[in-house]
Design a protein around this ligand. Structure first.
Ligand code: PAF
Length: 274
């Protein structure tokens, strides 16, 4: 992969990287489409990264279907699919990690303490191998995207991070590889996430400025669904990812939700401009 990237760069071609953990869906394919529009060469990596899963998380259970993924990527016109092995990425003796500090401590970081250290480490390794000019991430993992942007800025990495909008099912559920874990009832119940984000959007349009008032209304809506178990709802400033108490005019915020339905933990968010 390093040789292929060097060869393409030597003839002046730009490279777009879409890092994934496979089990691809329309969300991933929208990133591929963006990359193909922006870069000469598109590389998709598929690697279920063990260092971002805690021992109690779903590493072994994480859904995989390389044959189907390759078919989708061929159809999408991707130039290279990079599927390294765990041993290649983390050979014996591996002991170097990349860790972003403040912005990783809250929200997802509180519930998944080792997660982001694993993400920034693998993403750095992939950047070093593929040497992309652009890398594409989904807004669905908004905190992950903000952390990677921070890392790229702090470590002076020479590439642009492009964050692409959430792709939803027709009924509003954000696309995720984890949706397959939901039972029929949980799948129905999970729609409360996108509904509550719409409620928040409406309240903000009606000029509600208090984050607590918005969050309380969302909590009320979510708790009315019996299989839901809310981890958090937070309103954060888009750039710094710091919690907002009240919304200021002309600024952008993410409203973030993490909620379990049965054993499946889903995250969702909406970007709002006041
Ligand atoms: O968002 C994901 O799928 C993963 O966290 C990523 C960025 C591919 C790193 O393993």
């Amino acid at each position: 992969m390093q040789r292929l990237s060097a060869k393409n760069k030597a003839v002046g071609k730009t490279i777009g990287l879409v890092p994934t953990m496979g089990y691809l869906h329309a969300g991933h394919l929208s990133l591929v489409k963006k990359s193909k529009e922006k870069a000469d060469i598109t590389v998709v990596s598929i690697f279920v990264n063990p260092t971002q899963f805690a021992p109690n998380e779903d590493l072994l259970k994480y859904p995989r279907d390389i044959v189907h993924d390759k078919k989708l990527l061929k159809k999408a016109g991707v130039d290279y699919v990079f599927i390294p092995s765990v041993e290649e990425i983390y050979p014996k003796g591996f002991q170097t990690f990349v860790e972003v500090d403040k912005i990783t401590r809250h929200f997802e970081g509180e519930f998944r303490p080792i997660h982001f250290k694993g993400v920034t480490t693998i993403v750095s390794i992939l950047f070093n191998i593929v040497r992309p000019d652009y890398a594409f991430f989904g807004q669905k993992d908004a905190q992950q995207a903000a952390i990677i942007k921070r890392m790229v800025k702090d470590l002076k990495m020479d590439l642009e991070i492009i964050v692409c909008p959430i792709i939803r099912e027709q009924d509003g559920l954000a696309k995720s590889s984890r949706n397959i874990y939901l039972s029929v009832q949980e799948r129905k119940d999970a729609l409360v996430l996108s509904r509550s984000l719409k409620t928040a959007q409406r309240l903000i349009k009606e000029d509600t400025k208090s984050a607590t008032a918005i969050i309380n209304k969302m909590k009320e809506e979510i708790s009315s669904v019996s299989t839901s178990k809310l981890d958090y709802i937070k309103i954060v400033d888009k750039e710094k990812f710091e919690e907002a108490g009240s919304l200021s005019v002309g600024k952008k915020y993410y409203i973030l939700i993490a909620c379990k339905f049965g054993k499946t933990r889903l995250i969702d968010n909406i970007l709002i401009k006041t």
